[in-house]
Design a protein around this ligand. Structure first.
Ligand SMILES: [Zn+2]
Ligand SMILES: [Zn+2]
Length: 514
């Protein structure tokens, strides 16, 4: 009887119950699958939070970009976003495998190895859970893949957008530069090379890292964040008047500071050419002083562009006032005498170059006169006392002027050499203007025999040079070489009140309004 119970009745009851369970089992399996999918999703959210926000060491298996090595923080869509995706892929896969194996192991322990109920009950239940876990794992994998895919697509679109924005910003900035007449960049006042875009120092005092190229791109679109955390604008056009950074020349041999205004306005280059002691430095000082006087009288505003120019002008103003004469320009490369003229849109950064005449003598030295290439107006300083005819033909008794003040270089010689040099640099002289400044008028004042009939009239000065000083060839060459030539008779001195001689004012006006 007992055997019948054990081997017939009980198995029959068990089988009937098992058949009944089979109807419930799919629901249990489905619930287990849903629970696994939900757990995986929740864990994925935690991984997302860890990788994108908390960024703790356990979420850093893929190396991150180090601002300390790269000078600045990268824009998120230029590198870090892709790194985060890779990190998510690695962490997500680990999380998936860990979660699925952990839940599987739990089922095995509780239902198979150490069940709390009879195995006859735990085994079918355990098998149901296994099926559920399998279904959940198979269903969750593409779902997680889809989430990651959507994120990757978003990153790709935004990264493309960021690159497009960077290109657009650069393009606009470039267009502004071209409109300002700076297609090849700005002039370095120290080495005279063109600087397409200056390098900038971090404005934070304790940092001062030099950023070679701050333009929109990998390290920021509108702002760049220095490794020290300091933010700085990425384009000249984004630098307000108060947020201008100090730019530096990008040429390896130079690296000297650029003018603060460089790139923010158009540039004018005005070379003063002439023989040694022809009066170039003095004329340059008088030009700036005359513009300063005009500004004080309500004319175009003038501001010296850098400390070097300010210091130099201070010394030169004193020389002008004592009506003294400056020492001949040193032969080493001059730094440009730079100033900002005008206000608003009409502002110009003017670089005046006082070039030692000897520079034009040998070939290697003329290489240093690169800035001349960009000039459209040239000033030729002509010392009449350097011409022999001045001493022999003008005054029968011989001019009573201190001959030691005369330049000893023949103007025709200097002019011929200079023109040749400028030509070899590829400058179209026929499109350039030439102002001939006959210097040292102050030394000859009151001696009408030594001056043109009407020294303020260009034709009169031209005639005087050709007929009385015997420089007909020189004058004719000038007319042939240059598109426009004007003659001025200048006295580079200031009166007792410190005002520059009016002859300089007319000359400067012509030079500046080309
Ligand atoms: Zn330079
Ligand atoms: Zn910094």
């Amino acid at each position: 009887m007992e055997d019948i119970l054990t081997f017939i009745v009980l198995p029959a009851i068990y089988l009937v119950l098992l058949m009944g369970y089979l109807f419930v089992a799919p629901f249990i399996a489905l619930l287990r699958a849903a629970a696994l999918v939900s757990e995986l999703l929740w864990r994925y959210v935690q991984v997302l939070d860890g990788v994108l926000r908390r960024r703790t060491p356990e979420f850093t298996t893929v190396p991150r970009h180090r601002p300390a090595d790269e000078l600045a923080h990268r824009n998120y869509f230029f590198g870090p976003a892709t790194r985060d995706l890779r990190e998510l892929l690695v962490q997500g896969r680990q999380m998936y495998l860990r979660t699925v194996t952990d839940t599987g192991r739990r089922v095995r322990t509780r239902q198979f190895t150490a069940p709390t109920v009879h195995r006859a009950l735990s085994i079918p239940y355990g098998l149901t859970l296994y099926v559920g876990l399998g279904v959940g794992a198979i269903f969750a994998a593409p779902l997680l893949g889809l989430l990651l895919g959507v994120q990757a697509l978003g990153v790709a679109l935004l990264a493309g957008g960021a690159r497009l924005l960077a290109l657009t910003l650069r393009g606009v900035d470039r267009a502004v530069m071209i409109l300002r007449g700076l297609p090849r960049g700005m002039l370095c006042p120290s080495c005279f090379e063109r600087v397409p875009y200056p390098a900038y120092d971090c404005p934070r005092d304790r940092c001062r890292r030099r950023h070679a190229d701050i333009r929109p791109g990998t390290f920021g679109l509108v702002r760049r964040r220095c490794a020290c955390g300091q933010r700085m604008p990425t384009l000249l056009m984004l630098m307000g008047k108060d947020t201008r950074l100090s730019g530096h020349c990008v040429h390896a041999h130079c690296g000297k500071p650029m003018n603060q205004d460089a790139g923010h306005m158009s540039e004018v280059i005005l070379p003063l050419i002439g023989g040694r002691a022809a009066g170039k430095t003095q004329l340059m000082a008088a030009m700036v002083k005359s513009l300063e006087d005009a500004a004080a009288d309500g004319g175009a505003e003038l501001r010296l562009a850098d400390p070097e120019s300010r210091d130099a002008q201070e010394v030169l103003n004193e020389v002008l006032e004592i009506q003294g004469h400056t020492r001949p320009t040193q032969k080493d490369l001059p730094r440009a005498h730079s100033f900002v003229l005008g206000t608003g849109r009409g502002r110009r950064l003017v670089h005046v170059f006082d070039t030692a005449g000897e520079r034009f003598v040998n070939r290697e030295e003329t290489d240093a006169l690169r800035y001349i290439r960009e000039a459209r107006t040239f000033v030729f300083v002509l010392d009449p006392m350097a011409v022999d005819a001045f001493w022999t033909r003008l005054d029968a008794e011989g001019p009573k002027v201190d001959r030691t003040l005369a330049s000893t270089v023949d103007p025709e010689d200097v002019f011929a050499r200079s023109v040749q040099t400028v030509r070899t640099m590829g400058t179209r002289l026929d499109r350039s203007r030439l102002a001939v400044a006959v210097s040292k008028r102050d030394l000859l004042s009151g001696r009408s025999a030594l001056l043109p009939d009407s020294p303020d009239d260009t034709e009169s000065v031209r005639k005087w040079l050709s007929e009385r000083l015997g420089l007909r060839n020189l004058v004719e060459t000038m007319d042939l070489d240059f598109g426009e030539v004007r003659f001025f008779c200048t006295a580079a001195v200031a009166d007792d009140e410190g005002r520059v001689d009016p002859s300089v004012t007319t000359f400067v006006d012509w030079c500046m309004n080309g």
